[in-house]
Design a protein around this ligand. Structure first.
Ligand code: MN
Length: 207
């Protein structure tokens, strides 16, 4: 991606008439990592075309019909990195389950067994030779006015997921793990319900 990304910031919901086809990359930023405690602040989306749409939420205002319709659209594959967090917090705040889902972190864990580095920064560097800054990761996402650095960081978390998916799909196919990955992706919504309903750190499959 050579040209600077076009980043559009929207308040409360996506504008009407904005459509994606096939798949959409999604990420979210919150006040912290506990969906029961930490409110959802921003949802980012990209169609994989180098552009990003950011939706910022004011406290308690999660009536976002266009965004909810997009999440509920089963013709759209939602691509996340670590979907387990985003799908759970989207379910908790917007009351909609994202399906079908693709997770680049799970794909990486199943395909790239030669490393234990599956963070987005590492994936972008190794697979795409893109340097991602994580400097704004732990910033105040609840701020009324987000900084230019925050907007650029938030956008960068969705801009490369389509390219990563394409390369990880090739690796999964090569290693014979495409179906296993698909079955893991299908289980994510259930895993998120377990997280939200009281089994976040417990393996219900263990003895
Ligand atoms: Mn992010």
């Amino acid at each position: 991606m050579n040209k600077a990304p076009n980043i559009e910031l929207h308040q409360g919901d996506l504008p009407s008439g904005l459509t994606f086809s096939g798949s959409v990359a999604i990420d979210s930023e919150a006040m912290g990592l506990n969906p029961h405690r930490d409110r959802l602040c921003v949802v980012q989306l990209s169609g994989g075309d180098g552009n990003a749409h950011l939706v910022q939420f004011a406290p308690g205002e999660y009536d976002a019909p266009n965004l909810k319709a997009l999440f509920a659209d089963t013709s759209l594959t939602k691509i996340f990195h670590y979907a387990r967090f985003d799908v759970a917090i989207i379910e908790a705040y917007l009351g909609v389950t994202c399906e079908p889902v693709y997770c680049t972190k799970i794909a990486s864990r199943l395909a790239r067994t030669y490393t234990d580095k599956h963070g987005l920064k590492h994936l972008c560097k190794e697979i795409l030779d893109v340097d991602l800054s994580k400097a704004q990761q732990s910033s105040d996402w609840g701020a009324k006015e987000l900084s230019a650095d925050q907007l650029a960081y938030a956008a960068s978390d969705v801009l490369y997921l389509h390219q990563l998916k394409a390369r990880l799909d090739e690796m999964l196919e090569r290693e014979g793990r495409t179906e296993l990955a698909a079955q893991c992706f299908d289980f994510i919504s259930t895993r998120c319900r377990l997280d939200l309903e009281g089994w976040p750190d417990f393996d219900i499959f263990s003895h």
